[in-house]
Ligand binder design. Structure first.
Ligand code: SF4
Ligand code: FES
Length: 242
């Protein structure tokens, strides 16, 4: 892999300024060719995920001043997820290090090619397949099931978990935490006709079984989705049958 270049820019971080706003300031003041993705600017669309101080985060939700005070969490501040693949020096008290999401090819600057991520997402066939004919009014669910499903439906497909997962880094054929969490979400949906076929879909070497329980996926998720819990529960269910 070609070694990336790093540039340093000085920004004036007003209170509440996010990394995304800082990138706009850099674009306006210093480099109008700087490429990065964003859409909603409100932590909803998931497009602005990038590696910020070596942790995958949403640029629109990460405030510059907080990052300067922040200690880089040791569990995910591993050089393995740095784009440089080598030590890069930055002063966390005065600087914010911004890099593209790891584990996906860089198209330009902070923009990565998400094709592989979405290929795995499509592989799990993330569409609702209702059981039986359509009801006259609605499909009722008990509150417990709604609560459990809700945890997984919060995913905004930002790719932060994919970027943080050491297994994805080692094995690009691993479906990854986001796709598996989605698969589990449909497995537990009581309205689904598919039953256990969702569980079986992930019962492949690069599915549930490839997870090594690092848990970085849960730590970095901006929506508190716990892919590791989904994967462990799927594995427990499969083990009970064997
Ligand atoms: S599970 Fe969380 S980190 Fe992973 S894609 Fe969904 S929202 Fe992003
Ligand atoms: S711009 Fe939509 S999540 Fe950040």
């Amino acid at each position: 892999m070609e070694s990336p270049d790093y540039d340093t820019f000085e920004v004036d971080p007003h209170p509440g300024m996010t990394v995304l706003s800082a990138l706009f300031q850099i674009q306006e003041k210093y480099d109008d060719s700087l490429a990065f993705r964003y859409s909603c600017r409100g932590a909803v669309c998931g497009t602005c995920a990038m590696l910020i101080n070596k942790v995958p985060r949403l640029a629109c939700r990460s405030q510059v001043r907080d990052l300067l005070k922040d200690k880089v969490p040791e569990t995910v501040a591993d050089e393995d997820i740095s784009m440089a693949g080598e030590d890069i020096y930055w002063n966390p008290e005065e600087e914010v290090l911004v890099e593209p999401l790891p584990h996906l090819p860089v198209i330009r600057d902070l923009v990565v090619d998400m094709e592989l991520f979405f290929q795995y997402y499509r592989f799990v066939e993330p569409t609702f397949r209702p059981a039986g004919p359509d009801p006259e009014k609605e499909r009722l669910m008990d509150p417990g099931a709604v609560k459990e499903l809700g945890v997984y439906t919060n995913c905004i497909l930002c790719g932060a978990c994919h970027a943080a997962c050491p297994v994805v880094g080692e094995n690009p054929e691993y479906l990854g935490p986001a796709a598996l969490a989605k698969l589990y979400r449909f497995h537990i949906d009581p309205r689904e006709a598919e039953g256990d076929s969702r569980l079986e879909k992930g019962d492949i070497p690069n599915g549930w079984w490839a997870c090594e329980s690092y848990g970085d996926c849960y730590q970095v998720c901006p929506r508190n989705v716990p892919p590791i819990i989904a994967i462990r529960q799927a594995i427990n269910q499969l083990n009970k049958r064997k």
